[in-house]
Design a protein around this ligand. Structure first.
Ligand SMILES: Nc1ncnc2c1ncn2[C@@H]1O[C@H](COP(=O)(O)OP(=O)(O)OP(=O)(O)O)[C@@H](O)[C@H]1O
Ligand SMILES: [Mg+2]
Length: 283
């Protein structure tokens, strides 16, 4: 069985109560009335510098349970940097990330991070099943060996992404889309509250795209938070509850129909020709 259905249509979910500001230069309020149980992940005035260069400047963002948020912006906008900072992989220069109200300072099993495929060393001699089992690694004590239950869960996750028949294959021998599926299996095994994915749709075929959209829909329906970076504007508009436009700073965030205005797109992408999907007057 593979997961190819569901999740196509963005919905007005709990995310609808997260305040959004669609105007350039205005950041999301951090004073949402939602309790932290419904807003598992928060960035507060988050800045990341590399040397004296700023990659991310004072980003405030709240991510609700049960919503899918896509992160759009030009190359170098800080999308990957934001995802790594949210995942506790990259320490912020200023500000902080909070998960259920507690500061995130290192990777945690509750936050699943799926890196950009191009940033991964695929020469590593591990099988597809090993990759899926890595998702269990963060959940277990360093001294507890992986057992039969872990293996069954990993095989089940591989089944869900249509990869069980390739469980014994070395990861480096897979196609790009198959590697992405193996990473998804690892993410499913980890079973966190928040899923952060860096360009999961890049370079994958239509069935894999459909699988991803279906999986995101199911995770969202299970109350998970999904945040992913993308360059596919049409796809993000079609299947996200909210869009965040980023260009080092948060330019705008909100439902696609309110966020993808000409003014916001120009603020995020500069002079690049991108067709708005919302009128500036839309609210
Ligand atoms: N490890 C690093 N060392 C120095 N500079 C870095 C590092 N990682 C990212 N940067 C810089 O931070 C800025 C943001 O990079 P980032 O990778 O977050 O952008 P992005 O929005 O993900 O871009 P893309 O769409 O190309 O993936 C860029 O100017 C980049 O050069
Ligand atoms: Mg990136």
């Amino acid at each position: 069985m593979t997961e190819r259905d569901g999740g196509r249509r963005p919905r007005e979910g709990r995310s609808g109560t997260v305040p959004d500001d669609a105007d350039a230069g205005v950041r999301q309020s951090v004073d949402s009335p939602l309790p932290s149980s419904l807003v598992p992940l928060e960035a507060r005035r988050l800045s990341v510098h590399f040397g004296n260069r700023s990659a991310l400047d004072c980003v405030d963002a709240r991510f609700a349970a049960g919503e899918t948020v896509s992160l759009l912006g030009p190359n170098g906008a800080g999308k990957s940097t934001l995802l790594k900072a949210l995942a506790g992989i990259l320490p912020p220069s200023h500000g902080e990330v909070r998960l259920h109200g507690r500061a995130v300072r290192r990777p945690s099993s509750a936050i699943v991070y799926v890196p950009q495929r191009s940033g991964v060393d695929w020469g590593f001699p591990v099988s597809v099943l090993d990759v899926a089992l890595l998702g269990r690694g963060l959940r277990r004590s360093r001294f507890a060996p992986l057992g039969g239950r872990d293996r069954r869960d990993a095989l089940d996750a591989l089944e869900r992404v249509g990869m069980r028949h390739l469980a014994a294959v070395q990861i480096g021998q897979l196609s790009g889309g198959q590697q992405q599926r193996a990473f998804l299996a690892r993410a499913l095994v980890q079973d966190g509250a928040v899923y952060l994915l860096d360009e999961p749709f890049a370079g994958v075929d239509v069935p894999t795209q459909e699988l991803l959209v279906g999986l995101f829909g199911r995770l969202r329906d299970a109350g998970k938070t999904i945040v992913y970076a993308s360059h596919d504007i049409a796809q993000a508009v079609a299947s996200s509850d909210r869009i965040m436009l980023l260009n080092r700073r948060l330019v705008a965030a909100g439902p696609p129909a309110r966020t993808m205005t000409e003014a916001n797109l120009r603020a995020a992408f500069g002079g690049q020709a991108i067709v708005p999907v919302a009128s500036s007057a839309a609210s």
